[in-house]
Design a protein around this ligand. Structure first.
Ligand code: GDP
Ligand code: MG
Length: 803
């Protein structure tokens, strides 16, 4: 609870003071010390300031200041509130006051920490290892688009830890930067952990200088310390910490080394026990400092200012013409004087420095960093980045880059199909064994049919693809963790520019091979709005793993000889359609694009097997959950629609349909609901070579594409007297009504293409609407994708018939 939320007459114990260093110090000097008692003397809802009594003194605080004090209310037993008003009574009455000591202890011993650092510095790895969570760790910028929260205990303290998006600075330029600033302001974490990359301190410490300006409690995690050592560099991090007034703790968040020491230091800083904590000013040169001081003095005249961040930080941001801080200042009564002072100072500095003030400030800060490192960092001569440079010479080469990329993708699909086929057979035979057991043991009836055909046929038909999906996820996470994904984006940059996008859009696209939903969410890191929307809209064309079972089934059945090739071809087709769509959107809908940006190439790292397996399993778990949820429900619904209405056995037997035409005619006497629905839409799908059961499966796949295969599993059971009961055998068996199999190679291909491209699943449509903030984009993607799917499926079918 915050102090300003108490009512008149309430008493509370002070737990902690939030806000920046100077503010906290001032509050402590006024008597707001943790563990002390504070009483509200006067608190009218609209009256500001509020009068408090603390240590026998009367003090008035503004409500906004009181908001920065965390307190624990005390309950008073048996005493009327009036009698407690006199100060003498207060001391006597102490025994009767019931403050839950445990509660106080718990509040005191809860530390809120936030991870702040550049993209790709290892924040998420640190978050995971500290909190035991399993967030997605990737070796490229922009994986973390949201703040993630975790909780753990360490040495009797409870830590609430937040993983913030990566930022290079705290300018109000990108959404991430604004997000981090807003978080630091509104959530006021007790201690900031600034994660920096040990082997790239020059750039990483820039953000640190901005955090120093803010004057908040902070610890630096000198992450990837293993790489610094491997390079043969040595850093006197203790001296560095003392020089900048922030304790520095070396960590390796990939293995967990130094993490315990890091949180020990966080506790020390929180408790005010760490000797190296000190607020320093990053010197900005005489001219700029003079300007900062003039503005700071002007700001300090207003008591409202400077609770969250120091006035110095605000003054510097004003000189940098920071829009957000400017807007905030404009709300103050003295805004005019402050801003005109600022403008005067800007002009003065710019004439002296002959440069704009922002770059002058950046120069000074980099100078400060260089100076600090000159004293503490000794570069070794072993340069391990050499290997990175050698690999990059090939991988990002104009000539080899692209073939290498395709080769790697091919290898991934080969592994997905070939290696995955062994465990797949085991699971298949297990499912077969269970269903034959059910057939034997259970008495005939609807329940048996539900279990054997509905559940085992549906869910069992999909679960066999778990190994394939796990292998695909393993490969994707390996590419991300190793740093190859960033190279892939890099070599794609030029190609992406041709369709009006950036290399940065490539990463969400590749992620789409796993699942379109997180991929669409990760597009948030793209600064330009038009590029972001295009990236989102083309993402569903990236063939997600839910579509994989359909390919595995049909490719394995009809194109076994060229399996990997057909696989790769389908994925490439998706990519090509995505590109064409992007080009169309760029030409007709979003005409201009802006914001250039830097693409980083992090050094290669060999990912730990543990991390890749963890990531893979995280996805596998989701898959299994989906299995028990939406797929199970959908399978049962599809089964029920197929099972009902029940028809008289005799009518069914007596009705012998023999021609192809009659097979797809709706016959209320014999048809189930599902058959009727499928037959109803089938005329539209017939030009693509679809049998009505294929239409039913496509229809059933709208909630989730996994349901396509489980629907085929449900539709092709029972009515075939085939000994070999794998789904693949069942769909190739001749249809007793027509005498020919429903699926031919040509129909299978057009079916796969249709499923690849048509209307995205419900979750994806929801993600599109949510991320674009506009439902018309969701509608567009349903209609456009289905139309494109039909057209290309049609063309493919006709070509296959000619061959
Ligand atoms: P974030 O963008 O800051 O969240 O960074 P991530 O946690 O996603 O990590 C980026 C990459 O750095 C991943 O490939 C990690 O495996 C790797 N990484 C993280 N910490 C360390 C470390 O201490 N040492 C080394 N060598 N690699 C690390
Ligand atoms: Mg991250």
């Amino acid at each position: 609870m915050r102090l300003n939320e108490l009512h008149t007459g309430d008493t509370a114990i002070i737990v902690k003071i939030l806000g920046h260093g100077a503010f906290r110090k001032r509050m402590i000097e006024m008597g707001f010390v943790k563990g002390h008692e504070v009483k509200v003397l006067l608190h009218a809802p609209l009256k500001d300031p509020i009068k408090y009594s603390i240590m026998g003194y009367e003090i008035s605080l503004r409500s906004a200041e009181a908001h920065m004090v965390e307190v624990l209310p005390v309950e008073i037993e048996g005493e009327s509130e009036l009698s407690d008003l006199s100060p003498e009574k207060k001391d006597d009455g102490r025994e009767e006051k019931k403050v839950d000591n445990n509660e106080f202890h718990k509040c005191r011993k809860t530390i809120n920490v936030a991870l702040v650092g550049n993209p790709n510095c290892g924040k998420t790895s640190l978050f995971n290892i500290a909190s035991g969570a399993r967030e997605h760790v990737g070796n490229y910028s922009g994986v973390t688009v949201d703040a993630k929260q975790g909780k753990f205990t360490h040495r009797g303290y409870t830590f609430n830890i937040v993983d913030l998006p990566g930022t290079y600075s705290l300018a109000s330029y990108s959404p991430e930067e604004l997000y981090v600033r807003k978080f630091l302001k509104e959530e006021t974490p007790d201690v900031i952990i600034n994660v920096v990359v040990a082997s790239n301190l020059e750039r990483n410490l820039y953000l640190t200088t901005e955090l120093i300006d803010m004057d908040r409690s902070m610890v630096i995690a000198l992450n990837m310390y293993d790489e610094l050592k491997k390079r043969g560099d040595s850093l006197d991090y203790r001296l560095l910490g003392e020089m900048i007034g922030v304790p520095v703790v070396p960590t390796v968040s990939r293995t967990g080394d130094g993490i315990a020491a890091l949180f020990d230091t966080v506790i020390d800083v929180y408790e005010g026990r760490d000797g190296s904590v000190r607020h320093i000013h990053v010197p900005l040169g005489e001219d700029i400092e003079k300007g900062v001081n003039v503005i700071k003095d002007e700001l300090k005249k207003d008591n409202h200012i400077g609770r969250h961040f120091s006035p110095r930080y605000l003054a510097i941001k004003l000189l940098e013409r920071d829009r957000e801080v400017e807007d905030e200042i404009k709300r103050l009564p003295d805004a005019k004087t402050i801003l005109s002072t600022r403008d005067k100072e800007l002009q003065r500095i710019e004439t002296v420095r002959k440069d704009d003030v922002s770059s002058a400030i950046a120069d000074e800060k980099y100078g400060f960093i260089a100076g600090a490192l000159a004293e503490t960092l000794v570069k070794g001569d072993a340069d391990t980045n050499d290997s990175t440079r050698i690999i990059d010479a090939f991988v990002t080469n104009k000539l080899f880059g692209f073939p290498i990329f395709l080769l790697i993708m091919f290898a991934i699909f080969w592994a997905t199909f070939e290696i995955g086929s062994y465990p797949m057979e085991w699971i298949e035979s297990l499912v077969g064994w269970i269903s034959s057991l059910v057939q034997k043991v259970m008495p005939d009836g609807a329940l048996k049919d539900l279990i054997a055909d509905g559940i085992l046929g549906g869910v069992g038909g999909v679960i066999v693809f778990l190994p394939n999906i796990l292998i695909l996820y393993f490969c994707i996470s390996f590419m991300e963790d190793s740093g190859y994904m960033a190279r892939a984006a890099f070599i794609m940059d030029k190609l992406m520019h041709r369709i009006g996008l950036h290399g940065k859009s490539f990463i969400p696209l590749i992620m789409g091979f796993g699942c379109n939903v997180p991929a669409i969410m990760s597009s948030r890191s793209i600064e330009s709005r038009s590029s972001r929307i295009i990236t989102i809209l083309i993402n569903p064309f990236m063939s997600c793993s839910a579509r994989l079972p359909i390919y595995v089934l049909l490719v394995g059945t009809f194109f076994e000889k060229h399996a990997a090739l057909v696989f790769l071809g389908l994925y490439i087709l998706g990519v090509l359609v995505a590109m064409a769509t992007a080009k169309l959107l760029r030409t007709f809908w979003f005409k201009t694009d802006e914001t250039p940006f830097v693409m980083e190439l992090p050094p290669y790292r060999i990912p730990t097997l543990k991390a890749s397996l963890r990531h893979m399993w995280g996805k596998g778990e989701q898959y299994l959950k989906k299995m028990g949820g939406v797929i199970l429900v959908a399978s049962i619904i599809v089964w029920a629609l197929d099972y009902f209405p029940r028809h008289d056995e005799n009518t069914v037997a007596g009705d012998t349909v023999t021609s192809v035409e009659n097979d797809s005619k709706i016959n209320p006497e014999t048809d189930s609901y599902l058959e009727m629905a499928g037959k109803f839409v089938n005329p539209v799908m017939e030009p693509l070579g679809f049998h009505w059961r294929a239409s039913v499966a496509a229809l059933a796949g709208v909630p989730a594409k996994e349901v396509v295969v489980s629907t085929l599993g449900v539709l092709y059971t029972g009515d075939e007297e085939v000994e070999d009961s794998t789904l693949s055998a069942r769909i190739t068996a001749p249809n007793p009504n027509t005498g020919i199999p429903d699926f031919t190679a040509a129909a299978a291909l057009s079916f796969m293409i249709f499923i690849l491209l048509y209307c995205p699943c419900t979750a994806t449509v929801i993600a599109i609407v949510k991320e674009t903030g506009n439902w018309t984009y969701g509608l567009f993607s349903v209609l456009y994708n289905t139309a494109v799917a039909w057209l290309i499926g049609f063309i493919a079918y006709r070509i296959m018939l000619l061959l």
